[in-house]
Design a binder for this molecule. Sequence first.
Ligand code: NAP
Ligand code: MG
Length: 477
Amino acid sequence: MALAYAPSIETTPVRIRHRYDHFIGGRWVRSSGGETFPTVNPATEEELAQIAVGTAEDIDRAVAAARQAYEKYWRPMRPADRAKYVYRIARAITERSRELAVLETKDGGKPIKESRDFDVVQAAANFFYFAGWADKLRYALHGAQEPAPVGVVGSIVPWNFPLLMAAWKIAPAISCGNTVVLKPAETTPLTALLLAQICEEADLPPGVVNVVTGDGRTGAALVAHAGVDKIAFTGSTDVGKIIQKTLAGSRKRLTLELGGKAANIVFADAPLDQAIEGVVSGIYFNQGHVCCAGSRLLVQESVHDEVVEKLTARIETLRLGDPLDKNTDIGAINSLAQHAKISELIESGVAEGAVLHQQSCALPERGWFHRASFFTGVSQSHRIAREEIFGPVLSIMTFRTADEAIEKANNTPYGLSAGVWTDKGAKSMYVAQHLQAGVVWCSTFNQFDPSSPFGGYRESGFGREGGVAGLRPYLAV
Ligand code: NAP
Ligand code: MG
């Protein structure tokens, strides 16, 4: 007899205002156009708040505020003093971690255990890590005595890790002495706005960090603004290409963190139960809304059936539902548009002849959800093997030799991440060295640390975030 399931809902109270303005020059400023848009909770479809639509004029004001702060306060400040502000932000994130986690989960749909144990923890860690660099920048680059900041940075982030991506951008930028205009994603602006409030409460000089909310047009206005010295973009490859074209021939610096279609390679000699856990976290973490998700599983032929059997059993145990329930593994899909995109790709997989496997649980009556899914019988030409699905959908293919695995893994326009599971150290190294991916995890997946650089090859973008390498885009030599 099945035991009754008792949910354990996170109840930390969070104050959400009815309306949010932009944070520009240390003040909360109405949109010049007066327009707002709703942000909703994808698990309930309820409106959470009205958000200001950033116009070109708003961007212009924010860039002017960032320029003034750069010239007047931030660049002239002693680096050790700059560090104190960044540490202060880091500590405030830690102190308000519960609140940030609940807000992230409500606005974006991810399980509370992930926002609590991953997103917020990593966001704070990034501020702590880069704060430590602020007065040691002369050691950051070989041959550069005193590297200088770049100036005003325009940062544009996506909806899958809203707070964390904002931290990845803001922490290194301001630690190096730059000032920032941040454009959060349309569906998940709330934690970036709370981060702005944290900057305000940390007494950060006005204009060092500015947040202008809005949609793609707001982002495009930031990219095009003549007063911006560098654009740091994380998002889709399609928008990344548009930005690169816009900036071609300009003096602006650019880093792009784009999409991925990572291979997770499992050899027959790997400890399979452990590998299955890595496969599950590789694709179902954050509902698969992960640029570095292990979305192509390459299994050595002799263990294919065993892996499929184990995975079938394992996905039945994943709890899908209320993202605020501390036991939830699969939360809500971030938006209706993303839900439709995932459905369309699943349909294409079935139509092209692959076999769909899904967990059998019921879906909640409200909200946007997709069951944990995987396909067998996938060929490399199928769309589900080539295109980024950005959902809880895995495509399984097989290989015989290590070289065949490498060739299949590299057969993608992307090159962000990859995983290798084998009991043999030498094989692990050999495969890792031949994979064209910015990050390769061996016998693990989705591990992050602020000291470790992250970034892509080819259509996954260029530039690195994290570690010493993550300082370079923010420093002029
Ligand atoms: P997206 O559509 O490219 O949006 C990213 C950000 O750019 C959003 O803030 C978006 O605003 C804004 N934007 C849209 N059009 C723009 C334009 N023409 N000019 C300037 N900004 C514009 O991507 P997404 O769907 O939000 O995010 C998913 C993608 O991000 C996936 O492909 C994923 O792989 C990638 N990603 C990559 C990394 C990495 O580190 N490599 C990390 C996370 C995600 P709106 O929200 O208003 O559209
Ligand atoms: Mg939302």
